[in-house]
Design a protein around this ligand. Structure first.
Ligand code: 13P
Length: 249
């Protein structure tokens, strides 16, 4: 059966001292829900965070990686490098990577393959922009994003794939998709998966919602049957707020 997961994406926030403070506050938190918990620090703090949280049930994950094994790709980081410091899971396809770093679905398909080759888990992000929703194209856009980056895979690969629906208009804006909008899209995503891979794969794949999830709206969003957790940006930078969201399940 699929898992409930709450992951904090710290994005390009927190220098070393701020990371240490946040890690130490995270260690003081108590998990009362059944959700798996992950945090994604910046690359410079990844190993430090991994060591600091080694004895906890919080998994440290990466925000991105390159598709090549190694070589002349200045500034990039490979799956093998992440694995070598103990990282097992990577976020791919975040809308900020798509928008500011021109990551297209074909590039993301290569990254997905590279991560799976190293037996890593992937949190694969996608979501429509406001103009798509206004014109009623949101389902088509999301379907294309999933198909073009993932549907070359065989069903067993989905054991290592977590989907994260993040409508771009809800990220960092304070405007969440309503719980019903989230449920509607998550049900559509699960149906799209079922059509391609069968109901069992669809039922076993966790689909997270991301976009302005906060302590005061998490419970209602997570109560929806096809919402299996959240990918949390701003609110994950505060350990108390983050754990209020973790414990909203
Ligand atoms: P916010 O929670 O800050 O809206 O960010 C969501 C997000 O982009 C998580 O990856």
């Amino acid at each position: 059966m699929r898992k409930n997961i709450v992951a904090g994406n710290w994005k390009m926030n927190n220098d070393l001292a701020q990371t240490e403070a946040l890690l130490s506050n995270l260690k003081k938190q108590t998990k009362t829900s059944n959700a798996e918990v992950m945090v994604a620090p910046t690359f410079t703090n990844l190993y430090h965070a991994f060591e600091a949280l080694r004895t906890t049930n919080i998994e440290v994950v990466a925000q991105n990686m390159h598709f090549a094994e190694n070589g002349a790709y200045t500034g990039e980081i490979s799956a093998a490098m992440l694995k070598s410091i103990g990282i097992q899971t990577v976020i791919l396809g975040h809308s900020e990577r798509r928008e500011y770093f021109n990551e297209t679905n074909p590039i993301l398909a290569k990254k997905v393959n590279a991560a799976l080759e190293k037996n890593m888990r992937i949190i694969f992000c996608f979501g429509e922009e406001l103009s798509h929703r206004k014109s009623g194209n949101h389902e088509k856009i999301v379907e294309d994003q999933i198909k073009n980056a993932l549907f070359h895979l065989k069903a067993p690969a989905f054991k290592n794939i977590i989907l994260a629906y993040e409508p771009v208009w809800a990220i960092g804006t304070g405007e969440t998709a309503s719980p019903d909008q989230a449920q509607q899209m998550h049900a559509f995503i699960r149906k799209t998966l079922a059509n391609q891979y069968g109901q069992e794969t669809a039922n076993n794949t966790s689909i997270l919602y991301g976009g302005s999830v906060k302590p005061d709206n998490a419970q209602e969003i997570f109560s929806k049957p096809d919402v299996d957790g959240g990918l949390i940006g701003g609110a994950s930078l505060n350990a108390n707020h983050f754990f209020e969201i973790v414990n909203a399940f």
